[in-house]
Design a protein around this ligand. Structure first.
Ligand SMILES: [Zn+2]
Ligand SMILES: [Zn+2]
Ligand SMILES: [Zn+2]
Ligand SMILES: [Zn+2]
Length: 432
């Protein structure tokens, strides 16, 4: 299927549609504007100098819905994301979606309820994940003409899977639409999600759930490996974008599409594979990544205790060079070594308790992985997340290790020049 090219809609029209979409959140004199970007397609640019910490914009979601992923609690209201009693979660009208009483009575769920019932769910006795996930897509039906046009203006890179989600959902209903136009609209919406979605956390009455959300303005932010904004969700509906550092007039406002602590090769592979472009930001061009050495592996030369890093940054298969003894190693060899470290550490992350993971990080990892390597840094981050999330009883020693990991990560972010980035705010608890 040919997805209509988003760039056929003029940038000036997109800017106008965004103002309409922002509604009461549209400021009189915004600090930003939407214009054509040298990075890719359109982008958001600073109209004036913006100070670190300054709010850039708030935006309500254009479309959203439950992710219905494996690790989410399915009995969560599909409209307001409140936790529901397991035995009273299903909508009383028979659409087989989890809906709370309040949303049922407010009418917020009426139209989608009707449509789901018209499609006739095959199983009305339980919440079916594929049927629940398609809700975030089928809600595109109910957008007003301006918002539909805005959705159409959003970038949609078809990946291998854009049809699968709709096909899986179709199997859950007796009467799922089969006409080309509707399916085309759904396919396009899935692609827009896959290209632009922000996976956000919604916390309602202490119940946390992950939400798949599409933001027309935030989605226009192009990528930089060290972005100049941070974002968080005020609730499941609203994203808040803030300057992570000072931004000069005319500078492009950028977010990151990868994890900020990944090594350059890991980021490049991800961007190439999922976003179909090669990043050429300052960080990508510096083999030391501002002296963080996030890619570093140990030198295998006898007697040398140095680290090796990729020599070039312009290829996905660089030679690697030891910063101490200058020995050059081929990429194939280093890539096997990196994969070994990644698998060994990820295995432990998935199977260990916090206590065992800390011991592994402190005692075992230094034998095969330099402390600056991103996989090891990610493992430390995992300890921080788990201790933040499961507020169990942790020993003083465990807390001390966590605090040290946090200091190390803050130091890396400082070297990267990441300012008050999203990750920094998350690990210092500035964002709940
Ligand atoms: Zn609700
Ligand atoms: Zn219903
Ligand atoms: Zn980059
Ligand atoms: Zn060496």
């Amino acid at each position: 299927m040919a997805l209509e090219n988003a760039n056929t809609i003029p940038t000036a029209e997109v800017a106008h549609l965004i103002d309409l979409h922002l509604g009461d959140l549209c400021e009189q004199e915004p600090s930003w504007q939407v214009v054509d970007s040298p990075i890719s397609g359109r982008g958001i640019f600073a109209r004036r100098d913006i100070k670190r910490g300054e709010l850039i914009f708030r935006e309500r979601t254009l479309l959203n819905g439950p992710t219905a992923s494996k690790d989410t609690v399915l009995n969560t209201c599909a409209v307001c994301f409140r936790l529901l009693d397991e035995d009273k979660a299903l909508c009383a009208a028979g659409c087989a979606l989890p809906i709370c009483d309040a949303c049922q009575q407010s009418g917020a769920h009426d139209m989608e309820c009707k449509l789901f019932r018209y499609w006739v769910p095959k199983d009305t006795t339980r919440i079916v994940p594929y049927a629940l996930r398609i809700l975030s897509v089928m809600r595109c039906y109910f957008l007003c003409p301006e918002k539909r046009r805005l959705l159409l203006a959003m970038q949609a890179n078809p990946d291998k899977y854009y049809k699968r989600e709709v096909e899986r959902a179709a199997e859950c209903f007796e009467n799922f639409p089969t006409d080309k136009e509707t399916l085309g609209f759904f396919y396009r919406t899935v692609s827009v999600y896959n290209t632009n979605a922000f996976e956000g956390r919604s916390i309602v009455d202490g119940h946390e759930t992950s939400v798949r959300a599409l933001f027309a303005l935030a989605g226009l932010m192009n990528h930089n490996c060290t972005p100049n904004v941070s974002h968080h969700f005020e609730n499941a509906q609203t994203i808040v974008v803030t300057a992570a550092r000072d931004i000069a007039q005319g500078e492009e406002i950028t977010a990151t599409y990868t994890k900020i602590l990944w090594s350059t090769l890991a980021r490049q592979l991800f961007l190439r594979g999922t976003k179909h472009f090669t990043c050429r930001c300052k960080r990508c061009l510096d083999p030391t990544e501002n002296g963080t050495y996030l890619s570093a592996l140990f030198c295998r030369e006898q007697g040398c205790k140095g680290i090796v890093i990729p020599e070039h940054t312009k290829t996905l298969q660089p030679d690697w060079r030891c910063v101490t003894c200058d020995t050059v190693a081929p990429h194939a060899k280093m890539s096997r070594y990196q994969d070994f470290a990644l698998n060994t550490i990820n295995n432990r992350i998935n199977t260990s308790t916090v206590h065992d993971l800390i011991t592994f990080i402190n005692d075992m990892c230094p034998r095969f992985c330099p402390p600056s390597n991103y996989v090891l840094v990610e493992a430390k981050l995992n300890v921080i997340w788990r201790m933040q999330r499961f507020k169990g009883d942790f020993t003083e020693e465990e807390v001390r290790h966590r605090d040290r990991y946090r200091e190390e990560i803050l130091e890396i972010l400082e070297k990267l020049g990441a300012g008050d980035c999203t990750l920094k705010k998350l690990i210092t608890n500035e964002i709940p």
